[in-house]
Structures are given as structure tokens and as C-alpha cells.
Design a protein around this ligand. Structure first.
Ligand SMILES: [Zn+2]
Length: 491
């Protein structure tokens, strides 16, 4: 109604003013409110790894809790993890988005000739920061961005890396129960504003341990798998009880699968070469061989065609697709057993009925992946992804700018819900999905077009006024401004 109270000659100016206000204020102010709000309310993400949970375990026994996450969220059928398919390399890839040759945790047991140090996941060498600092784990990046993280036993999360521990973390202790770890994580997520963690990581040793001891084909594994599903149910229940279930994005995955071994399938290195010729680094089924000074050709010659179930690589010849070559911690010769085979020096060593570490393209080496929460689509099954894509996906959910990595958000963005949600407000700053992208730049585009049009109108107005054609101006400007105004409001 206000428009009819304005003298006819001033109406063009009124429309210009209204247009400027319409274009600039709502979007711009909302955008600012958005940012202020987002700094207080960061999106929440909990990453859970059940060590050695093979992709197909959920089809073996009833797993109602995994099923429920799949129905409420997403599942990926084929997850190509990283070579070698061992625990430490894969857990560090999940939180860095890097292949082992890039992040430097190339095995569970390592030798670094530059540092002249040895690493074993079973010794205090784990706590030497130098092993971890070829990469920056996500919890460090979250904290540098002003967020908080909480880690329950995740490999490397109790190590000082680039000067930081997670904001909250538990010192690794295998005897701490899953339930205690969950309760601790819930407590960290439920802390008062300003103290609550935004990114949680939770690790559990099973079903890996049982898979090694029993072998994945053992019928006894059924109860172990059902037990993991119950543990997942416990976690979901605790999240519900504390009011976090609808707020927290939950990703449940694993580092690798498990292959069945047989005492009939053993490769004994002592049959082929003398122990004095080399140092043995890491364990079966992928073994790094460091030949003694001047013995490379001899060692390689003795092993190259020694056993049809043993693949022998010179470091330079390791296939590119393994991304396992360019690091001093990768030994000059790499031995890889074919699936189901065990490499030993002789049969007196420890033999396990199940193992992993083999070629990462083998189906038995691949892990489970399910997720749910406000950032995810519902009841959606994706065919395949790489585990390095998890890092950019998590950065997107947490609205953190990812560090350079080997993954790609484009490969996994179809897992995300299409609309920006209230619980992921600041993700709009760095998003790739086209819909969200368009949303985040709309105020800028709108304001730019608005300013151009305003200037255009002013020029036309001044010219027309100068030419003393006021009646024509009134008529024309009304016709011109209205459709343009509407067009802008639709941006
Ligand atoms: Zn294992």
C-alpha cells in the first residue's frame, strides 16, 4: 500500500531503493547470522572402526543394528581400502585421505633408514611423533580450525602429532571395554557448549582378533559378528538416550577384512635364502626385505621365482595402483603372498588361521561401510568408493577445509543429503554439491546484478529527467523495473 502514497514522479526512485534493500539485506543479513550461528553450532561427526569387520559379515548372521543404520542412512558395497591392508596404515589413511606412501605409516612394523629407527605397533615406538608427522590427521586440522575432537583408542590418537593431541583422548589400553569407550565419547559430545567435541573417533579391536585366531570361515565367528552388532546397538542406544542420535553423523566402517589361512599354505623363506643376507621387516602376508649391504641382486635373484604363491617386487617395480613405492620406509624388496598363503622363515613361528594385509583389490580384504545422520541420504546403497575418499567426505560434513589428499569428494558426494541441513550450516562454505554451491553464492550474484541494474536505472533516469520526459519515464520505468525485480528475487 505504501507505493500509492508516494507521488508518481518519485516512484521510480522508490522502486530502485526497494530493489537495493531487497537484494542486499535479506540474503546478506541471513548469511551473516548464518556464520555467527555456525561458529557456535558446528556439525557433529562420530567415526567408528570395528577392526577387521569384513564387508560381508553383515550378511552372515542377523545384524539388526547395522541394518537399521543402512535403512536410515547409506551403505557402500565395495570399499577399496589402501595397500597394504593392515591396521595402522588404513587407520591413518581414514583420517588423512592419503595412501600409505604419502602418510608414512606404511606398515604395522617399519624401519626408517633415514631415522635409523624401527617402529612396531606393539612397542613404545608408536609414541615417537616422527613416525606420524609426514601427514596431519583430521583431529589436528579440526582443532586448528577452532573445533574440538575426542578420540577413544584410535591408532595414533594418543601420540603428539604436529604439537597436538586430540582435545580429549584416552591413552591406548586394550583392556578398556567397548562400553566404557562409548560412554566416554558420549560424555565428550554432551559437554556444555564451548567444551563439547565436534569430531569423535572410536576404535574397537574386534572382530579382528577373533578373525585371526579362529579364521573367518569358522562357525564360531557367527557369535563374534552378532556380538559386534550388539555393541553397535549399545552405541546407538547411548546416542539416543543422550539426545545425540539425530544430531551426530555416524560413520561405521573398518580398516580391512580377513582371509582364511591354512597350515598347508606356508611359504618358508629359509628354504630359499640364508637369513644372514637380509633383515625382515613387517609380518606376513606382505613382508619388507632389506638386503644386507651389497646383497640386493643376490637376494632378489634367490627370491624372484622361488615360489609360485609369492609375488616378489623390486621397490621400483611395485605397481602404480598400489600407491606403495615413494617412501623411504618401503623396503628395497617387497614380498606379497597370494591370498590364503602365509610367509614365514620356518614353521616354528606363530601361525594364525586368519590374516589380512594382502592385495587391496581382493574382496576378502575389504571393509564394511555404513553411515547415517543429518548429512546423509536415507536408505541409499552406493556401489563403490575408496577409503581415501572418506577424508574429504568427513571434512565436508565437519565444514573443514581439507588438506591436500588422495581422495575426492566428487566420488562420494552422492552419499550426502541433497539439501543443506540445519545441523550442517557451515558446510556451505566449502561444498562441492551443485545445489549447495548455488545456494552459497546466490547472495553475491544477486547483489552484483542488483548493483548493475541500479546503476543502469540511474543512468536512464538521469537521461530521461534531463530530457524532461517525466510522463514517459514514469510509465516505462514501471514496466521495466517490475519484471527485473521479480527475476532478482528468485535468485
Ligand atoms: Zn589384524
Amino acid at each position: 500500500m505504501l507505493i500509492y502514497m508516494i507521488p508518481g514522479g518519485c516512484r521510480p526512485l522508490f522502486y530502485l531503493l526497494a530493489m537495493v534493500l531487497t537484494l542486499v539485506s535479506p540474503h546478506t543479513l541471513n548469511h551473516h547470522e548464518h556464520q555467527d550461528h555456525s561458529e557456535k553450532e558446528r556439525p557433529k561427526l562420530l567415526l567408528v572402526s570395528f577392526d577387521g569387520f569384513r564387508w560381508d559379515y553383515i550378511y552372515r548372521v542377523p545384524t539388526p543394528n547395522f541394518r537399521s543404520i543402512m535403512d536410515e542412512g547409506v551403505k557402500v558395497e565395495f570399499v577399496e581400502n589402501i595397500y597394504i591392508t593392515k591396521t595402522y596404515p588404513n587407520h591413518y589413511s581414514m583420517v588423512t585421505g592419503l595412501y600409505a606412501e604419502m602418510h608414512g605409516i606404511v606398515a604395522n612394523e617399519m624401519y626408517d633408514p633415514a631415522l635409523n629407527l624401527s617402529f612396531s605397533m606393539e612397542t613404545d615406538s608408536v609414541y615417537d611423533s616422527r613416525w606420524w608427522e609426514q601427514a596431519v590427521p583430521l583431529w589436528v586440522t579440526v582443532q586448528k580450525d577452532g573445533g574440538r575432537s575426542g578420540a577413544a583408542m584410535w591408532p595414533g590418537s594418543d601420540v603428539l602429532i604436529h604439537g597436538m593431541f586430540p582435545t580429549q583422548y584416552l591413552q591406548y589400553n586394550a583392556s578398556v571395554s567397548f562400553e566404557t569407550r562409548v560412554q566416554q565419547i558420549i560424555e565428550w559430545f554432551s559437554a556444555p557448549k564451548g567444551e563439547a567435541v565436534d569430531f569423535g573417533i572410536l576404535y574397537w579391536e574386534e572382530p579382528d582378533e577373533s578373525g585371526h585366531n579362529l579364521g573367518p570361515q569358522s562357525p564360531l565367528m557367527d557369535a563374534i559378528i552378532a556380538g559386534i552388532d550388539e555393541k553397535l546397538g549399545f552405541l546407538m542406544n547411548e546416542l539416543k538416550k543422550s539426545g545425540l542420535y539425530e544430531k551426530v553423523n555416524l560413520i561405521v566402517t573398518s580398516d580391512h577384512g580377513m582371509a582364511q589361512l591354512s597350515p598347508e599354505k606356508i611359504i618358508e623363506l629359509d628354504q630359499y635364502l640364508d637369513r644372514d643376507l637380509y633383515t625382515w621387516v613387517d609380518k606376513s602376508p606382505v613382508v619388507g626385505i632389506l638386503p644386507k649391504e651389497g646383497k640386493f641382486d643376490e637376494v632378489y635373484g634367490l627370491l624372484a621365482d622361488a615360489n609360485p604363491n609369492l609375488v616378489v617386487y623390486r621397490k621400483d617395480d611395485i605397481p602404480e595402483h598400489f600407491h606403495y613405492q615413494h617412501n623411504v620406509r618401503i623396503m628395497p624388496i617387497l614380498l606379497e603372498a597370494k591370498e590364503g598363503w602365509t610367509i614365514m622363515q620356518n614353521r616354528t613361528g606363530l601361525f594364525m588361521l586368519g590374516n589380512h594385509g594382502y592385495n587391496n583389490t581382493l574382496r576378502d580384504m575389504q571393509p564394511i561401510f555404513v553411515a547415517r545422520g543429518p548429512a546423509f541420504r536415507q536408505n541409499y546403497v552406493k556401489t563403490s568408493m575408496r577409503s581415501v575418499d572418506l577424508y574429504p567426505l568427513m571434512c565436508h560434513i565437519l565444514a573443514i577445509r581439507p588438506l591436500p589428499n588422495n581422495g575426492s569428494l566428487l566420488n562420494v558426494q552422492d552419499l550426502l543429503s541433497l539439501e543443506p541441513t540445519t545441523s550442517t550450516p557451515i558446510s556451505t562454505h566449502f561444498t562441492v554439491p551443485p545445489k549447495i554451491h548455488r545456494y552459497s553464492y546466490a547472495p553475491v550474484v544477486g547483489s552484483f546484478i542488483g548493483v548493475v541494474m541500479v546503476l543502469g536505472f540511474l543512468v536512464v533516469y538521469v537521461i530521461l529527467v534531463t530530457l524532461k520526459q517525466r510522463p514517459a519515464l514514469k510509465h516505462r520505468s514501471w514496466e521495466m523495473s517490475q519484471p527485473l525485480l521479480q527475476e532478482d528475487l528468485h535468485l
